[in-house]
Structure formats: structure tokens, C-alpha cells
Design a protein around this ligand. Structure first.
Ligand code: ZN
Length: 236
């Protein structure tokens, strides 16, 4: 069974530098309070995510600062930004192998990533790339890229497509919810782009938390990836 209290390292793959907040920001706040190591891989600088033309030229720069702010609020210790073009994230050899190397290097116990059915093209590309890289990181080859590593669990998080049958709900306190909301508010450039995002975050956290815990409990829902099996190995 999954026991987030016993894991040590958590990795998150997100196309844009706020997906980890929307998808699993409360869970990350909870895990950072438990002093877990958190590494986030971000694929773009979301340079297309501006509302006013006057904000176009500063979109990339503000993303950089806003990601740093989110790291501080949620306790993200390490973030790697690929800098790929927004809407142009592709699961090609170079990006895929970079993910594989990062997984071998960080050796996560759980990975959170996008859903393969998400309606954003970058999100779907990242989802498949994560699943494939997680599998390839375990193959017994290319030891110069790091020792093989099997990540026990991969979960898909919710962005705008809600999960109809979650495999996992992580519950957390109001304090963690507030950190998630504060991290979202720190993405100043995105508040006007993402319609009603704070209300969406609050509504989802209330629904998922109440389902799993009751009044005053907040949560996030995830779907277990079955792209590659979990292992139950004798002696471990
Ligand atoms: Zn995104």
C-alpha cells in the first residue's frame, strides 16, 4: 500500500510552471512539511500564456520569478526547466532521454504527472513521456546514464479534466490548502489567464477532501498509471 509518510523522494512532471500547483500543490505542501525531497520538472516558460499584448514580452521573465516563488511556498527543493516552446512540447528522443536520466539521477519513490487524456497538447505529451521515461529508467542498459531505477508509483493529477474514478485521494489541512492557494496567487501573470482558477482549486479541494475525510478536510485526486506495472518483490 502507498504510504506517503514512508517515501523519501517525490518527482513532479508538469508542462508549465503552475501545473504542479494546480495538480498536486496541496500534496506537495503536505510532503514538504514531512521533509520529503521534491523535484519538479517543468517543460516550458509558458511564453504563450499572457492576456494583454503588453504582457507578451515579459511572460517568460515573470514565469521564472513566479516559479521560484512557488518553490519557496510549497517547499520544492529542486526544479529543472527544459525551456521548450509552449504548445510545442514533443515526446522526442532528446526530451525523453533527458527525463529518463533525471529519473535515474533523482530516484523518486513516487511521480506525479499529467493525465494522458488531458485536453492540452503539452500535458498529453508530458504524460506519455513521463510513463515511457519511468519504464526506460528501469531497463538494464546504458549504465553511464545512471543505475537503473524503478519508480514504484506514477499518478496522474487533475488540471482541467477531472478524474471520474480516482485511485488515490491525498487529504491535507487548511494550512496546506492555503499554501496551495498562496502559490497560485504568486503566479500573478496567470490569474487573469486561467478563468476562476482560485475558485476551481478551492472547490476541488473541498470536494475531494470531504469525500475522503469529511468537514474541514481538503484533498487532491489522482489516477494510478498502469502503463508499467508496480512490483511486489520477495525480500523487499
Ligand atoms: Zn499546463
Amino acid at each position: 500500500m502507498l504510504d506517503l509518510n514512508k517515501i523519501e523522494r517525490v518527482m513532479v512532471f508538469g508542462a508549465h510552471g503552475d501545473d504542479e500547483i494546480i495538480g498536486c500543490g496541496g500534496t506537495l505542501a503536505y510532503l514538504s512539511e514531512l521533509e520529503k525531497e521534491i523535484c519538479v520538472i517543468t517543460f516550458t516558460y509558458r511564453e504563450t500564456s499572457y492576456l494583454k499584448v503588453s504582457e507578451k514580452s515579459i511572460a517568460m521573465k515573470s514565469a521564472d520569478q513566479e516559479m521560484q516563488d512557488a518553490d519557496e511556498i510549497l517547499g520544492i527543493g529542486k526544479r529543472v526547466v527544459f525551456g521548450l516552446p509552449c504548445r510545442g512540447v514533443v515526446n522526442d528522443k532528446e526530451n525523453f532521454e533527458r527525463c529518463m536520466k533525471l529519473i535515474r539521477n533523482f530516484r523518486p519513490h513516487v511521480i506525479f504527472t499529467h493525465s494522458p487524456t488531458d485536453f492540452h497538447r503539452d500535458h498529453r505529451a508530458v504524460s506519455l513521456m513521463t510513463d515511457e521515461a519511468r519504464e526506460k529508467a528501469w531497463e538494464n542498459l546504458q549504465s553511464d546514464w545512471g543505475d537503473p531505477w524503478h519508480t514504484p508509483l506514477v499518478f496522474y493529477y487533475e488540471i482541467f479534466n477531472l478524474i471520474s474514478h480516482p485511485s488515490l485521494i491525498v487529504t491535507f489541512t487548511k494550512e496546506c490548502l492555503n499554501k496551495k492557494l498562496k502559490a497560485m496567487e504568486s503566479q500573478v501573470s496567470q490569474i487573469s489567464v486561467l478563468r476562476g482558477i482560485k475558485q476551481q482549486i478551492l472547490g476541488r479541494a473541498m470536494e475531494r477532501g470531504a469525500f475522503a475525510g469529511g468537514e474541514g478536510v481538503y484533498g487532491e485526486a489522482f489516477k494510478l498509471s498502469d502503463y508499467f506495472p508496480m512490483f511486489l518483490r520477495q525480500g523487499e
